[in-house]
Design a binder for this molecule. Structure first.
Ligand SMILES: C[S@@+](CC[C@H](N)C(=O)[O-])C[C@H]1O[C@@H](n2cnc3c(N)ncnc32)[C@H](O)[C@@H]1O
Ligand SMILES: [Zn+2]
Length: 335
C-alpha cells in the first residue's frame, strides 16, 4: 500500500494513491501541478524582507556545516535565496521546473562556468548518482504531491553522508492555529469546519491555498524523511518573523530562538539538515560537464560543453537535452 508520499510511509489523511483505501483505482496525482504558473513572487514577498533576512541567515548557518564544493538548490523559484547560496558554494546548480523562473533567477547571479541553471523535475533529476555533497529544498516540500519519491531522487544524487537542508510547514504550529481561527471567524452559521491544527490525520490539505498544498504532522514529516533514506540531523525553527506584528523585531532574536528551540510547535516553518546514508559527505565529485544523465532513462551523457548552447539526444531513449539562453532544459514529467 502506498501513501500520499509515494514509496514513503502510508499516510492517513489526504488520499492520493491508487486504491490506497480499497476503493476504485485512482490515478496518481500529477508530478507537477499546473498552478505554479500563477506564482507571482513579487507580490508574494512584498513587505516580507525580515523573513528573507532570517531565512538567508539560516541557509548560511546550515551550509557552513556541509561541504560547499557543489551545492544544488532545488526549487529555486525566481532566486530569492540564490545569491546567498551562490556565495557559499564553489559550484552552484539551481534547479526549477519553470524555465521562466530560471530566466528571472539568471539576472540575480553572475554568469560563470561554476554556475549551472537547470529546468528539471525533482522527481527525475538529470544528474548521475552521487554528484553533490549538499542540496537545499526551501518552501517546496508542502507542494510535493509525492514527497517520498522526490526525497529518494534527491538522496540518489547526494554523495553518501551528503546533506539536504529542507523546510516544511508542519502541524501543529502557531501558523495552523491562526489559520484555523481565521477560518472559524469567517465561517457561515451552521457550516462545519475541520481543524488543521487538531486533525489526527498524518497529512491534511492546506486551506486556503493558491496552489494545492498539504500539511503533515511533524512526526509524519520526519518519518517520510527517514523512509526515503535521509537522517534528520539538525533542526531549526522559523516563521514567527513572518507575522505582521513581529516584523519590526530584530532578526537575531528569531535566529537565536529558532536555533535553540527548533522543535517547538510555536514555529510555523521547520528546517532540517538531513543526511543521506552513511559516510562523511566527502566523496570525490565528477566534474559538472560529466555529471549529467538522461532524466527519462538515467543513462549518463558523455562529456558536455556547458558554456555554449547545444542539443544532445540521449543515446538510449532519444530525450533531447538542450542548452538554451544559458539554461539547461532537462524537464521530464512522467505520464
Ligand atoms: C514556493 S516556491 C519556493 C521558491 C524558493 N525556494 C523560495 O524559497 O523563495 C516553490 C518552487 O518549487 C518549484 N517546484 C515545485 N515542484 C517542483 C518539481 N516537481 N520540480 C522542480 N521544481 C518544482 C516551483 O516551480 C517553485 O518555483
Ligand atoms: Zn534517455
Amino acid at each position: 500500500m502506498e501513501g500520499s508520499s509515494g514509496p514513503g510511509p502510508p499516510a492517513r489523511g489526504v488520499p492520493s494513491s491508487p486504491s490506497a483505501h480499497g476503493g476504485e483505482p485512482r490515478s496518481l496525482p500529477p508530478e507537477i501541478p499546473d498552478d505554479f504558473r500563477t506564482l507571482d513572487f513579487d507580490r508574494l514577498w512584498r513587505g516580507r524582507d525580515r523573513t528573507t533576512q532570517v531565512e538567508s541567515r539560516i541557509v548560511l548557518d546550515a551550509l557552513a556545516t556541509l561541504s560547499s564544493e557543489r551545492v544544488l538548490e532545488l526549487g529555486t523559484g525566481d532566486g530569492r535565496l540564490s545569491p546567498f547560496v551562490r556565495r557559499r558554494a564553489s559550484e552552484y546548480v539551481g534547479v526549477d521546473q519553470s524555465f521562466e523562473f530560471l530566466l528571472r533567477l539568471r539576472h540575480r547571479l553572475p554568469r560563470t562556468s561554476e554556475t549551472l541553471l537547470v529546468e528539471a523535475n525533482l522527481y527525475h533529476l538529470p544528474f548521475v548518482a552521487a554528484m553533490a555533497p549538499a542540496a537545499l529544498l526551501v518552501r517546496v516540500y508542502n507542494f510535493l504531491t509525492r514527497p517520498g519519491e522526490a526525497l529518494r531522487e534527491i538522496g540518489r544524487v547526494l554523495v553518501p553522508g551528503g546533506g539536504l537542508l529542507l523546510t516544511c510547514n508542519p502541524r501543529p504550529s502557531t501558523g495552523t492555529l491562526i489559520d484555523d481561527v481565521r477560518r472559524a471567524l469567517a465561517r457561515r452559521t451552521g457550516e462545519r469546519m475541520r481543524s488543521m491544527t487538531f486533525s489526527r490525520a498524518d497529512v491534511v490539505p492546506v486551506v486556503p491555498s493558491g496552489i494545492p498544498a498539504v500539511n503533515p504532522t511533524r512526526r509524519f514529516f520526519r518519518r517520510t524523511l527517514r523512509e526515503a533514506g535521509l537522517r534528520p540531523a539538525v533542526t531549526y525553527g522559523s516563521g514567527l518573523e513572518d507575522f505582521r506584528w513581529a516584523r519590526r523585531l530584530p532578526a537575531q532574536l528569531f535566529l537565536s530562538a529558532g536555533r535553540e528551540l527548533g522543535r517547538s510547535p510555536m514555529f510555523p516553518l521547520v528546517w532540517e539538515v538531513a543526511r543521506s546514508g552513511p559516510g562523511d559527505g566527502a566523496a570525490a565529485l565528477p566534474p559538472l560537464r560529466r555529471s549529467l544523465a538522461c532524466p527519462r532513462c538515467r543513462r549518463p551523457f558523455d562529456e558536455l560543453d556547458l558554456d555554449h548552447d547545444f542539443e544532445q539526444p540521449c543515446g538510449e531513449c532519444g530525450f533531447l537535452l538542450r542548452m538554451e539562453s544559458g539554461i539547461l532544459r532537462a524537464r521530464h514529467v512522467a505520464d
